[in-house]
Design a protein around this ligand. Structure first.
Ligand code: FES
Length: 311
């Protein structure tokens, strides 16, 4: 897995418990291009690897920007980064990957962000400047709302911020947003699990709906035991009950890139040549799962007893 060396160029206070980080090439090198909705994985010693959305627009290939929010249920990731990353420090990151593409093809674009879910949406907004778009940004309170001032000042006509601690009126909800827009609009949503669940309910009626979740939607699959053929390496491996396919691959010397290990980040995507997959990721659409062309071995497994992978 090829990693990029970057320097922490600046750290900025964005809101309560949220800091912004800007990275530049450690040797002044150009950073790889990315599209709105992309994310990178951070690789920092003694801190668990985590993925963060890029929130700027790729313009000059000089910097990547992310925002990290302190997660009260942190397993060491967000708190580790917030406590340990220092300005000037050199760290390693993955090249950007995109599981949340921005299309911008319809006449009406609607963005829905919840809390720190604003980060990929911000990158899309900067990309959608000449389009007809509207942002609904849900946050707990003003002091926890990253980029609120920037968004309000730069796009006063396009941005509606909804605080859930608002005492004078009932705050708007995700279904109110859908009621206010046409069926042909493009809808993008990033936020907490309950917001994504609400959002997904509208997919049948509003076909252009796209979302990214921070939390795994399904349990990792380890119930089954099966044989996997690695066609390129001409190898067969046995996956036993209680083991993920990713662990079996790594234990057998197969260098598969990985990060979240719960089917969210997309790092471990692997092409499937034969066999049916029990898909447990939160990335592929239902259609893509039915097509069975790729899988995420950190969380998904064989449905039957045999699987052939392009490894
Ligand atoms: S490691 Fe993140 S999807 Fe597999």
């Amino acid at each position: 897995m090829q990693l990029l060396k970057v320097r922490v160029k600046s750290i900025t206070y964005l809101a309560q418990d949220i800091l912004g980080y800007e990275f530049e090439g450690a040797n002044g090198q150009t950073l790889p291009a990315f599209t709105a909705g992309s994310h990178i994985d951070l690789h920092v010693e003694n801190v668990p690897m985590r993925s963060y959305s890029l929130c700027n627009r790729y313009v000059d290939s000089k910097t990547y920007r992310i925002a990290i929010c302190k997660d009260i249920n942190s397993r060491g990731g967000s708190i580790g980064y917030l406590n340990n990353l220092k300005a000037g420090q050199i760290i390693e990151i993955s090249a950007p990957r995109n599981n949340f593409e921005f299309h911008g093809k319809q006449n009406e674009i609607v963005f829905i962000a919840g809390g720190i879910g604003i980060t990929p949406i911000l990158s899309m907004i900067e990309t959608a400047q000449n389009l007809n778009w509207k942002l609904y940004y849900f946050a707990r309170s003003e002091d926890k709302c990253a980029f609120a001032e920037y968004l309000g000042k730069t796009y006063p006509e396009n941005v509606e911020i909804i605080f859930s601690d608002c005492v004078n009126k009932i705050p708007k909800r995700v279904d109110d947003v859908f009621n206010d827009h046409s069926k042909t609009a493009e809808f993008y949503c990033c936020g907490p699990g309950n917001m994504i669940e609400e959002f997904k309910k509208f997919h049948a009626e509003f076909p252009n709906t796209y979302y990214e979740s921070f939390v795994a939607e399904h349990q990792v699959s380890t119930e089954n035991s099966y044989t996997v053929e690695l066609r390129k390496s001409n190898k067969f491996i046995e996956v036993v009950q209680g083991e993920t396919l990713l662990d079996a691959l790594l234990n057998n010397g197969c260098d598969v890139m990985n990060s979240c290990r719960e089917g969210i980040c997309g790092a471990c995507e692997t092409l499937v040549l034969e066999g049916e997959v029990d898909h447990r990721d939160s990335i592929l659409t239902d259609d893509e799962k039915r097509q069975n062309k790729s899988m995420f071995p950190c969380c998904s497994s064989a449905k039957g007893k045999f699987l052939v992978l392009d490894l």
